[in-house]
Design a protein around this ligand. Structure first.
Ligand code: SDX
Length: 441
């Protein structure tokens, strides 16, 4: 029976090493014993962007990128999207199992009764310019919440972690909606505890002068399913930010401000906003071939396509595409939908995209739904951040409780200057001499 080891021969020394293989991986620290001379630091792994490096063990989300599989705590995303709701999925992701009816009622009550934010939040929200990007506002306000809950620093107290989890999941829609209302000069609409999580978010976003906002059930369901689809996605960029910052043992609000900032990027959660800009720039189906040609010439990217893990159709994109039809039945279709469909049709058969295994990802169709629901494009990444809060919290707590984890501090391969001696300014090449500067007077 072959041993679960790698035998590595260092040809510099002729020595061989047996490196244990566990879970299809080797420990990078096992390579440190490989030295070319006594006193060497030993071999490190070099993996820019961590393309092939596992940084943790996690039991939250499983993705099989070749088979379009996405499971939250073992449950297929298709079944959760079809049969569950976001609050129940958030419970599953944070707690590890589906709740009993009693657990669900308690969880729902806890979240519902933490949706309000301190009135002072409005004061610094008002300080942002009217056209401040809501993701910039969110980065600031999520971090600022840490100052309202100094007790959140007690991160090894499970009750404290649970309370902060409730606060973050509950208050993100409020912060998001307040940022939107600020940007359009509207008064803030307060939470309505009679409404569902998604319904209350729509209420805080779009309530006008009516006494009680009544969300459209189709739109409320669409938002709830979109929240389910965005809830977690294992070690993506923003979750990695949450884990790296959280590893310093800072409070979860401050760690999550870093996660929101990472999600803001156009290659990550900002892609849904970029997709709508791209569709608008293309403008019509007739212009699609010309745009595809530019992408293939390396002039820009087909936003909403491609994924570090999915080398097949993103299962979430498939569900969203189906959902889009239902929303457009209510809200009317979008001219951009035809452009998006033509882009997908061409890209899925074009060798440039096929050979690079580029398929639509979660961001390709989601923006079209948000647009049809009346959200401005700048709110699209915010609509990603709200549900991803559940994933960020679960991943953060897993980090805190993982005995193998410690403060994150990667190595580097130094490529800078060797030691050199300081040269005073007056002695450096090109230094001005007294002759250069004529005497005053
Ligand atoms: C999300 O990690 C997650 O799980 C993220 C996410 C989550 O739920 O958290 O799923 C959410 O962020 C989805 C991705 C949203 N981003 C976009 O849609 C932006 C457009 N996509 C790309 O920028 C890109 O595909 C990434 C960033 C998503 C993935 O990048 P990789 O894995 O680093 O791939 P790469 O940049 O090395 O590209 C490999 C090749 C390159 O071509 P060559 O240099 O080999 O010739 O594919 C090309 C790239 O140029 N390529 C694209 C492309 N994406 C990759 N070419 C055109 N259009 C694209 N979209």
């Amino acid at each position: 029976m072959p041993k679960d080891t790698l035998t590595i021969r260092d040809n510099r020394t002729g020595k061989t090493y047996e490196i244990p293989i566990q879970d299809e991986s080797i420990r990078a620290m096992d390579l440190r014993q490989i030295k070319s001379a006594e006193g060497d630091f030993g071999i490190v792994t070099y993996d820019p962007a961590l393309l092939n490096t596992a940084v943790c063990r996690s039991s939250i989300t499983f993705i099989d990128g070749d088979k379009s599989v996405l499971n939250y705590r073992g449950y297929p995303i298709e079944q959760l999207a079809e049969q569950s709701n976001f609050l129940e999925v958030a419970y599953l992701i944070v707690n590890g199992n589906l709740p009993s009816p009693k657990q669900y009622m308690k969880w729902e009550s806890e979240i519902t009764h933490h949706t309000m934010v301190h009135e002072n939040v409005k004061k610094f929200m008002d300080g942002f310019w009217h056209d401040a990007h809501p993701m910039g506002i969110l980065v600031g306000t999520v971090g600022a919440l840490s100052t309202f809950y100094p007790g959140a620093k007690d991160i090894f107290n499970p009750d404290c972690r649970r309370r902060q989890s409730h606060r973050l999941i509950a208050k993100m829609p409020t912060l998001a909606a307040f940022a939107y209302r600020h940007s359009c000069g509207m008064p803030y609409a307060y939470p309505d505890n009679d409404l569902s999580y998604a319904g209350n978010f729509l209420n805080m976003m779009f309530k006008m002068t009516e006494v009680k906002y009544k969300p459209d059930p189709v739109l409320e369901k669409a938002i709830d399913v979109l929240f389910i689809l965005h809830a977690d996605h294992e070690q993506n960029c923003s979750t990695s930010a949450m884990r790296v910052v959280g590893s310093s043992q800072v409070d979860p609000f401050s760690a999550m401000a870093a996660a929101v900032a990472a999600l803001y990027g156009p290659l990550h959660g900002g892609a849904n906003e970029e997709v709508l800009k791209m569709l608008g720039e293309i403008g019509s189906v007739s212009k699609v071939p010309e745009f595809i040609k530019k992408v293939k010439n390396g002039e820009g990217r087909l936003m909403g396509f491609g994924h570090r893990v999915y080398k097949s159709y993103d299962p979430r994109a498939r569900i969203i595409k189906h959902m889009a039809e239902q929303v457009f039945d209510v809200q009317g279709s979008s001219p951009m939908l035809e452009v998006a469909r033509e882009l997908e049709r061409i890209a899925l058969q074009d060798d440039y995209f096929v050979t690079r295994r580029l398929y639509p990802n979660i961001d390709f169709y989601s923006g079209l739904i948000y647009q049809s629901m009346g959200f401005p494009t700048s709110m699209y990444p915010v609509l990603f951040a709200i549900p991803r809060t559940a994933g960020w919290i679960a991943q953060w707590e897993e980090l805190i409780l993982d005995p193998e984890q410690k403060i994150s501090r990667p190595r580097q391969l130094y490529s800078g200057a060797a030691r050199r001696e300081y040269v005073p300014l007056a002695q450096r090449a090109g230094a001005r001499t007294p002759a250069d500067s004529p005497r005053p007077g």
